[in-house]
Design a protein around this ligand. Sequence first.
Ligand code: GLP
Length: 630
Amino acid sequence: MSDRSHAEAYEKVHTSIFPSSAEAAKALAAEIRDLILEREKSGKPVVLGMATGSTPVPFYRELIRLHEQEKLSFKNVITFNLDEYYGLNADHPESYACFMREQLFDHIDIPAENINIPCGSLPREQVFAHCREYEEKIDAVGGIDLQILGIGRTGHIGFNEPGSSRESLTRRITLDRITRQDAAADFRGEENVPRFAITMGVGTILRARKLVLMAWGENKAAITAKAIEGPVTEAISASFLQDHPDARFFIDTGAARELTRIKLPWLVGPVSWTPRETRRAVVWQSLQIKRPVLKLIDEDYNEHGLSDLLSEQGPGYQLNIRIFNQLQHTITGWPGGKPEEEDTYRPERAKPYPKRSLIFSPEPQDAIVGMGGTIDRLIEQGHDVWVISMTSGSLRVPDSEAYKFASTLAELAGNLSNPAAWTTQTTYAREALRQLDEKGEFGEDTPMLRQLKGLILRGELRDAAHALNVLRQQIVFLNLPYYEHGRYRRFKATPADAEMLKKLLQEKKPHQIYATGDAADPSSVAGIGYKLLEQVLSDLRGEEWASACTLWLYRGKEKPFEPHEIDMAVPMSPLQLDRKLRALSRYGSLTSLEKSTADINRATAGHYDALGLAEYEAIESFQRRTRQPQ
Ligand code: GLP
């Protein structure tokens, strides 16, 4: 764990960076254990403020472990949750009440009467009184000892959306568009996400004696840095933590990426100039002052805090040329390697040719979103390309899609000349329609509906892949069990998942693998899928094919790689970008972020152009995870 020291000038609130969310969760849980044990002696209760979302999940798992293995008792603990969706009953699977039962309360010995969660199902006219009582209840038990927080993409804590004042108290609030977008997958479509919530106010939260805000993964990096280093503002309610006497941020290395001490370390203290760090500094400087790499002069280095780099690796012009060449060598139209060509400076080796390329898509749309253009190239260049959909993705399919399919099937079966021969289909379609009606807008999908929705996505992937000339038989649907038995934000990998991946890899023995998940939070579909893959690859590293296999990371809807992080940049012509977009148009349930993939690819090309390299229409970018054998 690294604490701030030199970074104090930039970081306005105490920030600890942990190697992983698991380690941060362990540290925080140990602190809570000590507090509980200390209070037990004096017979006083501990009052904890609880949060929901995927962020606290590893922390709750650790509390459960402490209860089960170290016999830590929660009899003396009182909890207050931050918030609840307004319009959901406590038994709705996406209600925070249900989340808390599943993730924590059902597994520890906390008395039911000690649990407090705002009620989301009261009539409008009772909400105000309910909120006031919630505040009074907190005060009546002596206030919150330690409040756990996550952070939303708008910088909110609880559901205190931009504009919430420092004094705000528990109240009903309208959810921001971005917050609803982020919850879209949980509710199978943005239109199903509740519009309102009840949340503790910023003032309520700041009354807690201690506050700990947790954040994991690069997706949270930008907003976390703003909350820690930016001004205190109503636009980012997490920034109010800067004014609290005992507030701390517990973040992992991914979420720390945009902090000055990590992003621009030369502004904070001495730097050991590794090749990656050098590339980062030169690229940052060039983009910052809008001057191509080859035109940077020594004065630029001196004026941007890089005199140290200059004296170590200068003169500037030589350094510029070195970095320019490195960037130049990342660009290739041959992601599978260029056969019969010298490959010393190419991202991928020339041999063997053709290669067997396995492209792992956490959900059926991810690979097309993240690397549709590259798939197109690999196929065109004769490689043996396999698209592996790791999960069914069924949870993201809105009911409207299932309705469309089931009603078409019902109508088709009824209209055929021999309806009697189609009774199975008719019965299936009617039953699906009945189940859709019965569960209603917010209800949980039955196994039959999940299956139907999974099949719809399968069809879409086949269709999209077809637009890129991937043959049907080259698409594998793994349907990993962790997804089938879980819900968004609370998935848990099982040994069966790893076993299925292992079998596939041993059978295919790929020469290169493309995967994603690195930017995501550790309990997202992509995060879990990637971790499983990493674990299985490490188990198999003794096998001959595995040690020669290159692992390429791609990014889909999430934070794209920054120019200095890219090891392979695959350019797309306007026509290729069109083909990728045509493939994407086959999906009926893309989120707005997924739809913006062309903008992301154009922005990457824009960076290369600004750095003084060739100007392309769009670029898909990759990072190499394992070294190629020499
Ligand atoms: C919701 C919750 C917040 C939570 C945020 C982030 O908005 N009301 O309390 O911090 O989501 O969620 P996650 O941890 O899943 O990223």
